[in-house]
Design a protein around this ligand. Structure first.
Ligand code: SF4
Ligand code: MSK
Length: 654
């Protein structure tokens, strides 16, 4: 192992960097081993203040042009571009990149679906035919007297339009509450096809094209909606059809899920197919035998990041940690192989893997990393790749050279709350419905619903903002829906278990205890934010809480976000009608026209609005104040008096 001079004295204290105990332990060990992790790099890399505010432009070689965020209207770019144009263009490109990531993921799932339906791929099948029919019916496909294969072929044809259509509305626009869709139509922001929207976003933000921040913002919304109600929604729905719709499952989370006496394999990234095939490989009798012959008690497969969430939700496979723990876990010395596919994979993994003798495999043609072995994953012969990874992992186990130190912490929780399951959980298995949720919101037991989602970011104390925010929300009777790395932060803090109901306010805890659910419902990977959109739509459809998503007493947050995908998610929630508040930093200069449009103007157009604060308690108060404002507007701000009915009244009722 290559040793570097320890920088421990000059680095920030570990307790200031992470509230994740296991990551902290490994960070300490990494510093002793002379290995640098993302937290140390963040401390050493001062963020560029002009870039952080999006106050610079390098869209042409007359620049790059840097504007003054302190006096934003004092300067313009060489071409005359104002601060509003420059920020809106940068914001738009972030949305285009984030939307492209989800959309390309969704299209890959749809490609797989086509090949399965056409019989060209035999290793996967349709696992959830009920969902197949439901999704088809939701976009008007006739399913009566049709075989599943016929429905699946028709569904493929329809959903392909999500990506390739050049005119018209994307198929899942049919799921949007009619009044919300009417607002979108009036504003001209109903997405056509994701490819068209992303292409137009890139065109408009080229030098000398769209130079009005209001017009650019419209395309920001249209592009982001083509992700939320398009690319991401297709990814979630097709993954459920192929691999099964999640139902609640008890599972363990945290680095303690690694096992010293077993071959440990981690899957990290975003697409479920690699992981699903890896499950088959680690259960192969021949490979289990090979592991035993190498001296291992077995093969231990665990997930990280959003790949891990896909498998945690669907199969209860243990999850070892979120984004900023992906390097730290290799410091345990116990990881024999890590296989990655796409998104949120730090290049530095290759260096840390090299230091601890871990095999790092890239598997997707879109993502190679210098220093990592590339073993391409092909759905037509998936186990060729996954078997090879297992064989290499076994060989590393056999010749482990590095001391193993696994933090002994595991947290058990319940995960896998799909939109469909919430329906059954609250409404009963025969007539699933969101009516009881709406009723409990109207009667005030549940004050409102918050989506708390997104990444962890080494520029803020890992997990801390997520956990503080969610604790405050549930204490105030706000039911929390979660996805992505945020869900793992809360799982590690023990809030994804039904026992955590005691931390909730009296109304929410009463509902949780009656149903047996946690106050924090984990819905899956970051691409599964579409489940939250469908849930919001259903709340509107059920009635009693207004006619648009914008009227619902709901709010969203990504308190430790870092990726462009998160910005795109934020914009599609805002455009759908949700007050969405981000932490860390907001890439826009305050006191500018563009900032005012995002933080106030969009709401006046009937959409949602953006918010920002780094402080989790202030964030919670802003979200609760917004929820209370919506309750007031709906006339449900005074919780109904709960009255015990006496015998005389019962007779009257009869
Ligand atoms: Fe500067 Fe305008 Fe070129 Fe941007 S497009 S780099 S603002 S000259
Ligand atoms: S993995 S986008 S760090 S949630 Fe989806 Fe986590 Fe954010 Fe990546």
């Amino acid at each position: 192992m290559e040793k570097k001079k320890s920088k421990e004295k000059t680095l920030p204290e570990i307790k200031e960097i992470t509230s994740c105990e296991t990551t902290g332990q490994m960070l300490k060990k990494a510093r002793q081993d002379g290995i640098e992790l993302c937290f140390d790099r963040a401390a050493a890399m001062k963020a560029c203040p002009i870039g952080a505010d999006s106050a610079c432009c390098k869209h042409c070689s007359m620049g790059p042009c840097r504007l003054n965020a302190k006096d934003p209207y004092s300067k313009v770019g060489v071409c005359g571009a104002t601060i509003d144009t420059i920020m809106a263009r940068n914001f738009g490109r972030m949305i285009a990149a984030g939307g492209a990531a989800h959309t390309d993921h969704g299209m890959a799932m749809l490609d797989l679906f086509r090949e399965v339906v056409n019989g060209n791929i035999k290793d996967y099948t349709i696992k959830d035919p009920i969902k197949l029919i439901e999704v088809a019916q939701s976009i008007g496909i006739e399913t009566e007297e049709k075989s599943n294969e016929e429905v699946a072929k028709a569904l493929y044809q329809e959903l392909e339009r999500t990506y390739t259509q050049v005119e018209g509305e994307i198929p899942f626009a049919q799921r949007v509450p009619p009044k919300t869709l009417e607002t979108w139509r009036k504003l001209g922001i109903v997405p056509r096809g994701a490819m068209r929207e992303i292409m137009e976003m890139m065109h408009r933000t080229h030098m000398g094209v769209d130079q009005h921040y209001e017009n650019i913002t419209k395309q920001c919304s249209r592009t982001a909606l083509s992700d939320g109600w398009g690319g991401s929604m297709v990814a979630t729905e097709i993954s459920d059809i192929l691999f099964g719709t999640p139902v609640p499952v008890a599972a363990e989370v945290n680095m303690g899920v690694l096992k010293e006496n077993q071959v440990n394999i981690i899957i990290h990234g975003h697409e479920p197919n690699l992981f699903e095939s890896m499950v088959a490989s680690v259960n192969s009798p021949a490979l289990i035998q090979a592991a035993k012959e190498a001296g291992a008690e077995g093969i231990n497969l665990v997930g990280m990041c959003c790949s891990g969430l896909e498998m945690l939700s669907r199969h209860g496979i243990p999850h070892a940690g979120n984004f900023t723990s992906t390097e730290a876990i290799m410091v345990t010395g116990a990881v024999d192989a890590m296989a990655v596919d796409v998104q949120c994979i730090q290049q530095a993994l290759a260096r840390v893997a090299e230091c601890y003798g871990t095999y790092l495999f890239t598997t997707n043609p879109r993502c190679h990393i210098e220093g990592a072995d590339h073993v391409e994953f092909h759905e037509h012969n998936p186990n060729e790749c996954t078997d090879e990874i297992v064989i290499k992992a076994i060989s590393r186990f056999k010749s482990r050279k590095h001391p193993v130190q696994i933090p002994d912490i595991r947290n058990t929780g319940v995960h896998g709350f799909s939109y469909e399951y919430i329906n059954y959980m609250l409404g009963g298995s025969f007539r699933g419905s969101y009516t009881p949720l709406n009723d409990n919101i109207i009667n005030g037991r549940i004050r409102g619903v918050a989506g708390v989602v997104g990444c962890t970011n080494p520029r803020v104390k890992q997990d801390w903002v997520h956990v503080e925010l969610v604790r405050e929300l549930i204490k105030n009777d706000v039911l929390v829906l979660q996805t992505g790395c945020s869900q793992i932060a809360l799982a590690k803090a023990g809030l994804c278990s039904p026992e955590a109901a005691y931390l909730a306010g009296p109304g929410l805890s009463e509902v949780c205890e009656a149903v047996g659910m946690p106050p924090v419902l984990g819905m899956g990977a970051c691409v599964d934010n579409s489940r939250i959109l469908i849930a919001a739509s259903e709340m509107v459809k059920v009635g009693g809480l207004g006619e648009t998503i914008a009227e619902l007493p709901v709010a969203g947050a990504a308190p430790e976000y870092m990726s462009e995908k998160a910005i795109c998610i934020g914009q599609y929630f805002v455009a759908s009608g949700v007050y969405t508040i981000f932490g860390v930093t907001f890439p826009i200069v305050e006191n500018t026209h563009f900032h005012k449009l995002l933080f106030e103007g969009l709401e006046k157009q009937g959409l949602g609005k953006w918010g920002f604060t780094k402080d989790p308690h202030e964030m919670a108060q802003k979200m609760i104040a917004h929820i209370d404002g919506k309750r007031k507007a709906l006339g449900i701000d005074k919780a109904r008096e709960r009255k015990l009915v006496d015998m005389a009244e019962r007779r009257d009722l009869a």
